[in-house]
Design a protein around this ligand. Structure first.
Ligand code: LHQ
Length: 271
């Protein structure tokens, strides 16, 4: 019984490395496809990272040769004659809370896509703030291949990031694209040699962790809200957010460090 519980908990790795929370999808034999305990454990890990004031950046990755193959399809088998399966409930209860939590996280979230990302696995990566990918990684909006549509934010994030023409083709065809193509299209921040991925991702997360949490939170929120705002509304929002930033403490430290020709030591926290 205790062993089963341990095995279940190991499906999501959580480690604090300095100021960074490292969260690892850990079901490598199934390319980290999501089985039920994983959603809850990932949500818990993200909440832990959000609520811990020592954590100033989050790094999400996958164990083994895949990043995440999306939903475990063995767990969501359509029934031929039993009660109709409710995939909407699966999304509402299991996936949507994770995507919302990552997008609303007041700290930067880096995603290191270490291998194939398929279905909800791609869109989980796209919900993060900065995505690095191993050069051998591939991205597949696999949904149409099984009669579904992109979820976990895919129909929102994908066209917002790469534009409607490319988003529609990827979603309708459900074919893989290379990490190189994803980088050229601006779907991810950049590709890294496979062997260097985690070093580079850690360096990036550490750099973000030294930054201002006030800036990170307000930048994320302002950019997300820009999708629904006119320029004039966004100018108003920037006015309000900048007022808040200017009074939050890190600005004084940043300017003092600049004039003193030293590195800033930001300390204001957000959660
Ligand atoms: C898997 C999976 C998988 C189970 C690999 N499930 N075992 C949300 C809400 C509710 C319902 C539905 O969906 C969603 C969102 C979604 O994510 S829908 C999209 C679900 N994902 C897919 O359709 C991708 C399915 N997987 C694949 O197409 C391939 O496995 C890819 C292209 C990802 C990788 O191909 P290969 O590199 O050739 O690896 P493989 O196919 O041999 O997979 C390795 C193992 O992982 C294998 O298990 P086995 O025991 O035979 O070694 C696969 O069965 C297992 N696996 N994906 N989604």
């Amino acid at each position: 019984m205790a062993r089963k519980q341990e095995e279940k908990e190991a499906l999501i790795g959580f480690a604090i490395e300095g100021d960074v929370a490292l969260i690892t999808l850990n079901r490598p034999d199934k390319l980290n496809a999501f089985c039920v305990p994983m959603h809850e454990l990932l949500l818990q890990a993200m909440k832990k990272a959000r609520d811990d004031n020592q954590v100033r950046a989050v790094l999400l990755t996958g164990a083994g040769r895949g990043f995440c193959a999306g939903q475990d399809l063995q767990e969501q088998m359509p029934s031929q004659d039993g009660p109709q399966i409710d995939l909407g409930a699966t999304l509402e209860d299991l996936y949507n809370p994770i995507i919302r939590l990552i997008r609303d996280m007041p700290k930067p979230v880096v995603c290191a896509v270490n291998g194939i990302a398929a279905g909800a696995g791609v869109n989980l990566a796209l919900a993060c703030d900065i995505v690095l990918a191993a050069s051998s990684a591939r991205f597949i909006q696999a949904f149409a291949k099984i009669g579904l549509l992109p979820d976990s934010g895919g129909t929102y994030l994908l066209p917002a990031i790469i534009g409607e023409a490319r988003a529609k083709a990827l979603a309708l065809l459900g074919n893989p694209i290379s990490a190189e193509q994803a980088e050229q299209w601006g779907m991810i921040w950049r590709i890294v040699a496979d062997a260097d991925l985690m070093d580079e991702a850690r360096a990036l997360a550490n750099e973000l962790a030294q930054g201002s949490m006030v800036s990170a939170d307000l930048i994320k929120r302002a950019i997300h809200l820009s999708h629904n705002n006119s320029l004039s509304e966004q100018l108003d929002l920037e006015r309000d957010y900048q007022r808040e930033a200017g009074q939050a403490g890190d600005y004084a430290e940043g300017v003092d460090a600049f004039t003193g020709k030293r590195a800033p030591k930001f300390s204001a926290v957000r959660n």
